[in-house]
Design a protein around this ligand. Structure first.
Ligand code: CO8
Length: 380
């Protein structure tokens, strides 16, 4: 067992070059809907098919807080004949798309933690989907960054990053790893059903990365000590994707609507918000930390109304934009990376000893949270 405190010593972010505004997305979707309804006018009139309803940019912003999203490849998404990104296939000899974006975020995190590949001995790629089953994306990243040791992929949908942070903490605490690089290359756009009005606006692409190590090997002036980690899962079908290798054997359309992301958004809202409040409150209580002592809430970024409700319940008042930063207006829901983007972008102003909470909640259901304390060595 390692006796030194365990810290997050660096973080990294890769943001795609392309973005799509609500207006652009809705124009394309409504064009697709009109085309579908025109092509199927007879069947719709005979009530054999249901007309596809229009979407609206105002609804999207009001219901979710999302104004735009970044995408890895924009080409194809707004093409009403295609309605999905047009990602060129790469050969086995080329770096995979997901490893490429993972490496970009990893390099940023390694720079901020003053680490080279030689310092790291465990790589976790944690996200909602990996683009192939094997070899693991983490092992491809490990190879590209010249890291010895081992790597593996783990999928826990929206909670992949916080669950991986717990794995990293446990490995360092147990002494099975010296320094962990964990990466969340969230390539969500290939799984979005851009023909589905209820969910076409929800997701964006991004990659985030973190370095976890013992405080005694950490060389950064500013980092975060991990005070506690807590994960919970509780089965629900309300957020589901049936995409998988078994489709090859069932003769089902491997890309049918049920194979893409789909959800019962209202039910999730009602069920997950109280679960998240209880989870975080009981964790803080067990540590003897009053909710009012928390300076920053880096919450999962799925829906602004969920974040407002959760932080209001936790604080007994509205949280300020500084206390509970929102990034989903410009990044949308980036699955597990949302709370890590917020952590990466909104941490510099915290003072030595300030307490923060990183928390994700989503498919599974799954909730993962960490209580962290800012350490500013120059302040000592
Ligand atoms: N434009 C116009 N009207 C619309 C649209 C639209 N785009 N969509 C729905 N409407 C209509 C509905 O039909 C409904 O009409 P009516 O009242 O006549 O029936 C009305 O607007 C209201 O609809 P809702 O009740 O569904 O609207 P909500 O206020 O609930 O908002 C949300 C919908 C935004 C989906 C909201 O429910 C929500 O965000 N819920 C939480 C969802 C959530 O957190 N999900 C987590 C999923 S992410 C996750 O876990 C990771 C998965 C892995 C990654 C996947 C990568 C692809």
């Amino acid at each position: 067992m390692h006796s030194s405190p365990i810290v997050i010593s660096g973080s990294g972010l890769w943001t795609p070059a392309h973005s799509i505004s609500n207006e652009e997305l809705v124009t394309a979707y409504n064009g697709y809907a009109d085309l579908f309804n025109r092509d199927n006018a007879k069947a719709i009139a005979a009530e054999e098919l249901t007309a596809v309803p229009h979407s609206s940019a105002e609804f999207i912003e009001k219901a979710s807080g999302i104004k735009s999203r970044y995408v890895y490849i924009k080409d194809g998404i707004l093409d009403i004949q295609r309605m999905r990104p047009n990602i060129p296939e790469r050969s086995d000899d080329e770096i995979s798309d997901q490893a490429e974006i993972a490496i970009a975020a990893a390099k940023d995190a390694m720079r901020s933690a003053n680490k080279t590949g030689a310092d790291i001995d465990m790589v976790i790629v944690a996200c909602a989907y990996t683009q192939r089953a094997y070899p693991a994306i983490a092992i491809e990243v490990q190879h590209a960054l010249g890291i010895e040791g081992f790597g593996f992929d783990m999928l826990v949908a929206c909670s992949a990053a916080t669950f991986a942070l717990q794995r990293a903490y446990d490995a360092v605490a147990a002494g099975t790893a010296r320094c962990v690089l964990l990466i969340n290359p969230e390539l969500t756009s290939p799984q979005v059903n851009y023909k589905d009005r209820d969910s076409h606006f929800i997701f964006g692409d991004v990659a985030t990365a973190l370095i976890v190590e013992p405080a005694d090997s950490c060389s950064t002036e500013s980092h975060f000590e991990i005070l506690d980690t807590k994960s919970v899962t509780s089965f629900s079908n309300n957020i589901r994707s049936n995409f998988g290798y078994v489709s090859h054997a069932t003769d089902a359309d491997p890309f049918g609507p049920d194979k893409l992301f789909h959800q019962a958004g209202r039910k999730i809202f009602k069920e997950v918000c109280p679960m998240a409040v209880k989870h975080i409150s009981s964790q803080l209580e067990a540590l003897g930390i009053d909710n009012s002592r928390v300076s920053r809430w880096w919450l999962h970024q799925a829906n602004i109304n969920m974040n407002t409700l959760i932080s209001r319940k936790l604080l007994g008042r509205e949280a300020t934009a500084e206390e509970a930063p929102i990034i989903l207006d410009r990044y949308a829901n980036t699955a597990s990376a949302g709370s890590i983007i917020a952590f990466h972008l909104y941490q510099d102003d915290l003072a030595n000893g300030d307490i923060g909470v990183i928390c994700s909640f989503g498919a599974g259901y799954s909730i993962g949270s960490l209580i962290v304390k800012k350490v500013q060595r120059s302040a000592n």
